[in-house]
Design a binder for this molecule. Structure first.
Ligand code: SF4
Ligand code: ZN
Length: 531
């Protein structure tokens, strides 16, 4: 993780360090592996030139014209390429502490943090460091990523905090505008002006996520979220058993989760659900049954499995002290999640199997944060596999467009017929996908005029190293026209079912992409007449 400290250090290069870095860089350019070249040039006073120093030297040499630009060289010296492998760079922003209407017994409280966050959680800490100022958080992150050689032209904003919908709307609007101003590197008079400018800005917003609670999702809220530019919503489902929801004081029923998810789907949003095993009142057996309910009608696009963690500053702690709650052991959790993962449908992405809470906060129960690897090993031992999106993404692999096969996975969800259209490699790796929602009779009314009678494209995702706009990389998936091919397939599928209109939930920074593919501007979506 690039911290602010890294970024500050990136600005105090000594002459000796730069001289060593330059020599190492020359060797890398001549073909020597990066780690080997760096080790041959120790820095006076200890250590070796860090990769961000190599990047800084590369930049100054190419910008002065001494060396011609060499994207392959830059590629080799960049840090942590995995961060942008799914095609976009994620920037996390935290909202200021604010009361959450929820009373969940497992949720930690810390006066200096938004509800549910802990000061030492990576990501959350950066919010605190910047006093929750959205502009400072976004611009410092962009600078830090640029300093280590990442393209930052496509940015997915991830706004975290207790419950977005509970914040006053003028705060929400100000917060989003300030994020856009940071990406635009200029102030604006209104949110709309900031969004319009961002369509051609150097750091384009290609996705905007907020997190909220199921009871807050109403047709009016859908319209408001679209006005802000939101494309993806994270919600805590936690359990689909009303008895367990009540015991844990979630303040909503499973039916409300279903209603909220169906509405979000009708509004074309991408849906991320959090699900928690080991809540008060649950057993591994009840958790298995509960997990299966996720795929009956909710069918989230992405999930985060957050095993309940017993924290001293949560109400659950008192239950544990009275012996009314027992956390699962690490082995129980590994066994449980290794049972669950192979049941995840191919259209869903398992983003997390544990929350990134430093183990020092955990009072009892599992303290291992490497649970994902443990589960992976257990599944390997059993000969089981997970076919979720994350496990099938092409990542760094080269893709030949001619080898790709089109798949159309159709499933019912929340009153819609969903099509998960994807292009896969011969070894079943995912090069790109599109989510098409065809609302059926009985689907909830979104009340959004753009969507009346329309088929809806909820997501288009093409994998490959995130490329700077205009740059090409042989064999990388992003620029081989997969997005255009997927859109064509979606149009065909919608037309075949009698839809005359196609709408797409576009982020501000991808509006032009769709405008170039036959879509026109509606009020909150881009729309296309299928004729
Ligand atoms: S709704 Fe979320 S943030 Fe609010 S108390 Fe419950 S878990 Fe915590
Ligand atoms: Zn998986």
């Amino acid at each position: 993780m690039t911290t602010r400290k890294d970024w500050e250090q990136a600005h105090v290069y000594t002459d000796e360090m730069l001289a060593q870095a330059r020599q190492a860089l020359e060797e890398v350019r001549a073909g020597r592996p990066v780690d080997e070249a760096v080790r041959r040039h120790p820095v006076p006073g200890g250590g070796y030139p860090a990769k961000h120093v190599l990047v800084a030297v590369y930049r100054s040499l190419t910008e002065s014209g001494e060396w011609p630009p060499d994207p392959a060289l830059l590629e080799r010296i960049r840090m942590k390429p995995v961060r942008t492998l799914s095609g976009v760079t994620t920037v996390t922003v935290l909202t200021q502490p604010y009361p959450c209407p929820g009373q969940c017994i497992f949720c930690p409280s810390d006066a200096q943090m938004p509800k549910s966050y802990l000061p030492d959680e990576p990501g959350a800490r950066r919010g605190l460091e910047h006093a929750y100022d959205p502009f400072a958080q976004v611009s410092s992150r962009i600078q830090a990523l640029t300093a280590v050689g990442h393209p930052t032209d496509k940015i997915e904003l991830l706004i975290l905090g207790g419950c977005w919908s509970a914040y006053p709307r003028d705060y929400q609007e100000w917060f989003v505008r300030r994020c856009f101003e940071a990406m635009n590197e200029t102030p604006h008079e209104s949110l709309e002006a900031a969004q319009a400018f961002n369509e051609t800005a150097p750091h384009r917003n290609v996705g905007l996520t907020i997190e909220t609670r199921p009871p807050d999702i109403t047709p009016a809220e859908l319209a408001w979220l679209r006005r802000l530019g939101v494309t993806r919503v994270q919600m805590g489902a936690q359990s689909l058993d009303d008895r367990i929801l009540a015991l844990n004081r979630r303040g909503h029923t499973a039916a409300e989760t279903h209603q909220a998810v169906a509405l979000l789907r009708a509004g074309g949003f991408k849906i991320v659900l959090h699900w928690m095993p080991n809540l008060l009142g649950a057993t591994p057996e009840s958790d298995r049954a509960d997990f299966a309910r996720l795929w009956q009608d909710l069918c989230p696009d992405e999930i985060k499995i957050y095993p309940t963690q017993l924290l001293a500053n949560s109400d659950l702690y008192a239950y544990w002290q009275r012996s009314e709650y027992t956390p699962y052991t690490t082995q129980q959790l590994i066994d449980l999640i290794a049972d669950l993962k192979p049941t995840v449908p191919r259209y869903c992405r398992v983003n997390r199997v544990i929350r990134d809470i430093p183990s020092t906060y955990v009072v009892a129960g599992n303290k291992r944060t490497s649970l994902r690897q443990d589960v992976q090993e257990e599944m390997k031992r059993r000969g089981a596999a997970c076919a979720c999106i994350r496990c099938r993404e092409v990542r760094g692999h080269k893709v030949q467009a001619g080898d790709l096969a089109l798949q159309d996975l159709v499933y019912p969800a929340g009153g819609a017929q969903e099509h998960f259209l994807s292009y896969v490699t011969p070894d079943d790796r995912l090069a790109g996908f599109l989510r098409l929602s065809l609302p059926q009779a009985g689907a909830p009314e979104s009340g959004l005029p753009d969507l009346a009678g329309a088929a809806i494209v909820r997501e288009v995702h093409v994998y490959g190293q995130s490329l700077a706009v205009g740059s090409e990389q042989d064999g990388a998936a992003q620029h081989t026209g997969l997005g255009t091919a997927l859109l064509r397939q979606a149009e065909q599928a919608a037309r075949a079912q009698g839809y005359r209109r196609l709408a797409v939930i576009a982020s501000v920074g991808t509006r032009r992409y769709y405008l170039g593919r036959g879509f026109t501007r509606g009020s909150l979506y881009l729309v296309k007449d299928l004729g």
